[in-house]
Ligand binder design. Structure first.
Ligand code: NAP
Length: 288
């Protein structure tokens, strides 16, 4: 990895920990973030460059990872990097966005003499902190080979799913599955509350059988305590499910779970709960 000078853009719930892992393995040169104070705080804590914007980062780095919010952010940041990139610069996008955005961003970086990989992640904030994410990559095989050792800093599993956009398409499937799991956990745990079952006995019993899941293990107890401050903001999940619903509709396959989850998360956002974890869907199940 000696030739890699890495940068990281987007120091949120996921990105802060992921950038920390790049520092740990010795490749991180600098960071940037929309709110500059976060980049400055990270720079101070880890002793790297706190760039004023992604363009400045591009002048110091040859591989730049992103974990920003949505499609427009990925395109804005990629354009800013491309405007200042050295030839051969690779952008790796860990945000969850559409495969169309990945195709567009690859064009931008290739025009600037570099390349782009879509590389969304799964494993939650815990996976980012522990360096145990599953990374789903789309793009050129040789480009991935150059950066794969670096992705191992936070990826327990790094899988090339196909050409550009295949990582994001995989992530859309991942989010569809999670949406169904969250609907089931929300309804199941709301029923358990109504029946007066003791969470301390219930949850290990469910997790010891076929109902076990990552979300039940990590968010079941906190949801029953009405705590939704950790994890994955439901407003971001709403954005992801819109992408998955559009893909499912164009493919002509069933998307009833996606439609129900989109409606539920929209209702929670309208009630002011958009920054809460996705497990807050239980709020709606308790009141129906
Ligand atoms: P987050 O906590 O809201 O963090 C997003 C970060 O990106 C913030 O620090 C934000 O800056 C920065 N940012 C946004 N737009 C930017 C721009 N245009 N230029 C520079 N920085 C920008 O979100 P997160 O939970 O880390 O999620 C980030 C992405 O990963 C999303 O696409 C999400 O869907 C995906 N994801 C999240 C999880 C999870 O469990 N949280 C898991 C897998 C994937 P500010 O400080 O200015 O807000």
């Amino acid at each position: 990895m000696a030739e890699i000078k890495a940068g990281f853009v987007g120091l949120g719930a996921m990105g802060w920990a992921m950038a920390g892992h790049l520092k740990r393995v010795g490749v991180l040169a600098g960071v940037a973030n929309r709110s500059i104070v976060k980049a400055q705080a990270f720079a101070q804590e880890y002793g790297v460059l706190g760039a004023s914007d992604p363009g400045e980062l591009a002048r110091h780095c040859n591989v730049i990872a992103l974990c920003v919010s949505a499609d427009a952010d990925v395109l804005d940041v990629t354009r800013a990097i491309a405007a200042h990139a050295q030839p051969g610069t690779i952008v790796i996008d860990h945000s969850t966005v559409s495969s169309k955005t990945a195709v567009e961003a690859q064009k931008i970086m290739r025009t600037a003499g570099g390349d782009f990989l879509d590389a969304p992640v799964s494993g939650g904030v815990e996976g980012a902190k522990n360096g145990k994410l599953s990374v789903m990559v789309g793009g050129d095989e040789a480009t991935l080979a150059r950066v794969k050792p670096m992705l191992g800093a936070y990826g327990a599993r790094v899988t090339r799913m196909g050409g550009i956009g295949a990582g994001q398409n995989t992530k859309a499937v991942n989010q569809t599955v999670i949406a169904g799991i969250m609907q089931g956990i929300g309804e199941g745990l709301a029923l358990a509350e109504a029946l007066g079952l003791d969470p301390a006995v219930l949850l290990p019993t469910l997790s010891g059988g076929a109902a076990q899941s990552w979300y039940l293990d990590k968010r079941g107890a906190s949801a029953m305590r009405n705590e939704f401050d950790v994890g994955f903001k439901l407003a971001l999940m709403h954005k992801d499910l819109g992408i998955a619903r559009d893909l499912a509709a164009s493919a002509g396959v069933g998307h009833e779970v996606l439609a129900k989850s989109l409606a539920d998360y929209a209702e929670l956002m309208a009630q002011g709960h958009g920054d809460e974890d996705v497990s807050a869907v239980i709020r709606l199940k308790r009141t129906k």
